[in-house]
Design a protein around this ligand. Structure first.
Ligand code: ZN
Length: 237
């Protein structure tokens, strides 16, 4: 792992300006909330980029020094320039990590790197609980996360999720309404890795949840390390 892990947090940054419940939760934008958390961790430095920035904030200069790119989008996937999508995808193939959050399952970089529709069967913004179950409890991404960890209020996503078979299935979610979803998946693409992490609906305080942020922080370190050797289990089951 590099001595300092360089993260770029990308957000379309639209609903925080137009939707009052989202603005209340994330007055400076989800990207800033996530970056602030990461910058408080040892050995991580995080910057931000948004849709409105020139080249969406993802210039060659930014990407070349980004170990892991985090992506949140929802309403404006279609507004992302295809040239930037190709730049991100080739960055991943060259070894950059990509963490895709929640509704970014439909983001252009993710769909491009998966090669499938990335659709799910159905969803419901019902504000009910989600439980995170550990498919691989020794994986570094879930270090410190207990099996059955509850996120109290969330949007439900249901299988089937039209993605290629993950190279590593790390988390499965169950929901109060009964559905299940593969909520933590890793795919290898060239020298890089893509991690899809499902939680993150904009009207709930998901990016203040310590367990959610722990998974994202762990994933930043692991995707930057280029080391897929699993560590000794150190969590309580
Ligand atoms: Zn959502």
């Amino acid at each position: 792992m590099p001595s300092t892990v360089h993260i770029t947090v990308w957000n379309e940054f639209l609903q925080e300006k137009t939707d009052e419940p989202v603005r209340k939760l994330y007055p400076d934008g989800m990207h800033v909330t996530i970056a602030n958390h990461l910058n408080a961790q040892d050995g991580i430095t995080a910057g931000t980029a948004t849709l409105a920035d020139p080249e969406h904030g993802l210039t060659d200069e930014v990407l070349v020094k980004t170990d892991v790119l985090i992506w949140w989008g929802h309403r404006a996937h279609h507004e992302v320039n295809d040239e930037i999508v190709e730049r991100v995808a080739s960055g991943v193939r060259g070894g950059m990590g990509l963490i895709v959050l929640h509704s970014a399952h439909f983001s252009k970089p993710f769909v491009h790197l998966m090669g499938t529709s990335c659709r799910m069967d159905h969803w419901d913004e019902n504000g009910k609980w989600e439980k995170l179950w550990l498919n691989n409890p020794t994986h570094p991404i879930v270090e410190g996360i207990k099996n059955g960890t509850v996120i109290p209020e969330t949007e439900m996503y249901s299988e089937p999720f039209d993605v290629p078979q993950p190279d590593e299935l790390i988390l499965t979610s169950s929901f109060e309404s009964g559905e299940v979803f593969r909520s933590g998946c890793v795919w290898n693409r060239g020298k890089g890795k893509v991690f899809y992490f499902r939680p993150g609906h904009e009207t709930y305080p998901i990016f203040y949840d310590p367990n959610v942020m722990r998974v994202i922080t762990n994933a930043c370190r692991w995707l930057a390390s280029g080391d897929d050797q699993h560590r000794t289990p150190n969590i309580e089951l």
